[in-house]
Design a protein around this ligand. Structure first.
Ligand SMILES: [Zn+2]
Length: 326
């Protein structure tokens, strides 16, 4: 079996297919090259993470509406096997958004080989995220075209260099590229945003150029975790068993600056949060002060992706701390 299927038309019934059923229609990761009035093509990727379905729902809606595309589209539908199980990736699979550096994975190798001789208009990789956040684009380079693409989506953007294996990194210097965080899975606004943004982009003759100072540009400085052995809960529902009670209202302040002294929660005994910097060094004491069981920020912080979903806290983290780049 080949790693990647390449098609030059939509398989029949695809636009009626739900994310979980894509595996049975496509059989695996698929690149579909659709002709349109303008060239070069817009490259769109969806479902690199199998449970992040808003991209596919938005693309499907767009393609249903258009009998003729204003611009060619190359659509990469990624981890359909994980989508069938509604998970990010299956045990034993690579993370499809961590396999693009040097393209060691056969799917990534095949996609990059398929586009090697093609100039692209832009690259848009669609994701869902967690917690209540403003819309934001993730850029992996600061080229004016990539920032222009980011600003079309939102005035807020996050610049990341790590991990170096995300899809957009493979296009650095070749085409303007962004990852878009559409909002939580299951929120119809996220699906609408995917659809609306792609429609706008397809009808553009050229991409605007944007300078860093025209955006609220952030980068990650630290990741805040709840240690595995700590029983935690959020202020609204925490009961007596909980060692660490966290403030659920922080979620409303994602991407806002919180002053030094901001209360993050209450701890019983020695339970505390763990903060890791970008090099995975523990820097908890730089960020938090625990006095009389109260956990507060030692300095001004900008939380992002702060979530009150305990499952996400366990699987990923409580939040990130950001800094403004400009
Ligand atoms: Zn994702």
């Amino acid at each position: 079996m080949t790693a990647l299927t390449i098609l030059d038309q939509l398989p029949s019934g695809l636009l009626e297919t739900d994310p979980k059923a894509l595996l049975s229609v496509l059989g695996g990761p698929t690149l579909i090259r659709l002709p349109g009035d303008a060239e070069p093509p817009l490259f769109v990727s969806v479902l690199l993470h199998g449970n992040e379905v808003s991209g596919w729902i938005g693309v499907r809606r767009l393609l249903r509406q258009q009998t003729r595309l204003p611009r060619s589209v190359w659509l990469f539908i990624g981890n359909v096997a994980a989508a069938a199980q509604a998970v990010r990736s299956l045990p034993g699979q690579p993370d499809f958004n961590r396999m693009w550096r040097n393209a060691t994975h056969p799917v990534a190798t095949a996609v990059l080989a398929a586009i090697a001789d093609t100039q692209l208009f832009a690259v848009v990789d669609l994701h869902n995220n967690t917690g209540s956040n403003p819309h934001y684009a993730v850029v992996t380079d600061l080229a004016p075209g990539s920032l222009g693409l980011a600003k079309l989506f939102s005035d807020t953007a996050v610049y990341v260099k790590q991990p170096a294996t995300v899809l957009t990194r493979a296009f650095e210097g070749k085409a303007p590229s962004v990852g878009l965080e559409l909002g939580p899975v299951g929120d119809p606004r996220a699906d609408r945003r995917a659809h609306g943004f792609l429609k706008q982009l397809l009808n553009l003759g050229r991409l605007p150029h944007t300078q860093p100072e025209q955006l609220a540009l952030f980068r990650t400085v630290a990741r805040v975790l709840v240690p595995e052995d700590v029983v935690f809960g959020f202020a609204a529902e925490a009961d007596g068993e909980v060692e660490l009670v966290l403030d659920d209202s922080i979620e409303a302040s994602n991407f806002a600056t919180l002053p030094a002294g901001t209360w993050f929660g209450r701890s019983r005994g020695n339970a505390r949060l763990c903060v890791l910097d970008n090099d995975h060094r523990e820097v908890t004491d730089d960020y938090f002060d625990t006095r009389d069981g109260n956990l507060s920020a030692r300095l001004p912080v900008i939380p992002a992706m702060y979530t009150t979903d305990p499952l996400v806290v366990r699987q990923d983290c409580l939040c990130y701390f950001m800094e403004r780049l400009n």
